[in-house]
Write a protein that binds this ligand. Structure first.
Ligand SMILES: [Zn+2]
Length: 288
């Protein structure tokens, strides 16, 4: 068997630096920057996660859908309306439709984690608005601070996404509340029990079954003082099953959920225009 022929020198964009070629392209640094840019476009074409506009991660009109006034959306969530309990007030930033739905799906399930800082900032804005309402209601009172708790993701979802995305939103909410004069801190104190599956793709009934009793206080984390106020955070309000299950777990730990904030909320059937929803909320429960 003859010896293998010598390997040719590397060629193409992944080759090592070649002074002659780099100089011809305007200096090594310039060439590298251009290559990195071209490679980035090749691998991840930069486009708005909401509407697909090219060369921008999130365009101004899509961002504006997440930076307006918050409104109440709990009336559209059938699983939150439980016999014998006052409905949990839930504030949200946007109807889960159109561009907002696109960008949330891109963020959660298509690897667009580059959106996390901007979504966290949007939730900080929401937190600041809700803080004003909670302060008017006398919170945090003797508790001294509000605990901001993200709805827990399943271990499968966290692994797939490589991060606790809802946890990042909770950090934003806590920052917004604190900056608005309501001391708050985020803490991922709830976890899903083993056996709870990722909620993606489940029907409303399956979500209910999947989550019932499956959320609990995290082991090793001290229980809160009795009645300590908790603000829940989730990405999207759908049926309300997730928030209701988190509410149960917080109550079982002795604290009380005073409200919840979500990035977006699924509209009820036949909802009106976005402008009307923002003014009236889902079911006319808007706190203004
Ligand atoms: Zn856009």
């Amino acid at each position: 068997m003859p010896p293998a022929p010598p390997r040719p020198p590397p060629e193409g964009p992944l080759a090592g630096p070649s002074p002659a070629r780099a100089d011809a392209a305007g200096g090594p640094a310039g060439a590298l920057a251009r290559a990195a840019r071209d490679l980035a476009r090749l691998v991840v074409p930069l486009e708005c996660a909401g509407c697909g506009q090219v060369d921008v991660a999130l365009c101004t009109p899509c961002l504006a859908r997440l930076t307006g006034p918050v409104w109440r959306c709990e009336a559209a969530a059938p699983r939150l309306d439980r016999v014998g309990r006052a409905p949990l007030p839930v504030w949200t930033l946007a109807p889960y439709t159109g561009e907002v739905r696109e960008l949330v799906v891109a963020w959660k399930d298509r690897g667009r984690v580059d959106l996390t800082p901007v979504l966290t900032a949007a939730l900080a804005g929401a937190g600041g608005q809700v803080a004003a309402v909670l302060r008017a209601a006398g919170l945090p009172g003797a508790a001294g601070s509000l605990q901001v708790v993200p709805a827990p993701s399943s271990a499968v979802a966290r692994r797939r996404r490589g991060a606790d995305l809802v946890g990042a939103l909770a950090v934003g909410v806590a920052r917004g509340c604190t900056e608005a004069g309501l001391p708050a801190r985020a803490a991922a104190v709830l976890v899903q029990r083993r056996g709870a599956h990722d909620q993606v793709g489940l029907t409303a009934r399956a979500r209910r079954t999947n989550l019932r009793g499956r959320v609990r206080w995290r082991r090793g984390v001290p229980l809160p003082p009795p009645g300590h106020p908790v603000l829940l955070v989730d990405d999207v309000l759908t049926t309300g099953a997730t928030l209701a299950t988190c509410d149960d777990a917080v109550r079982a730990a002795g604290a009380r959920v005073v409200a919840a904030i979500t990035l977006a909320a699924t509209p009820p059937p036949g909802h009106g225009r976005v402008e009307d929803v923002r003014r009236q909320g889902y079911g006319g429960a808007n706190a203004g």
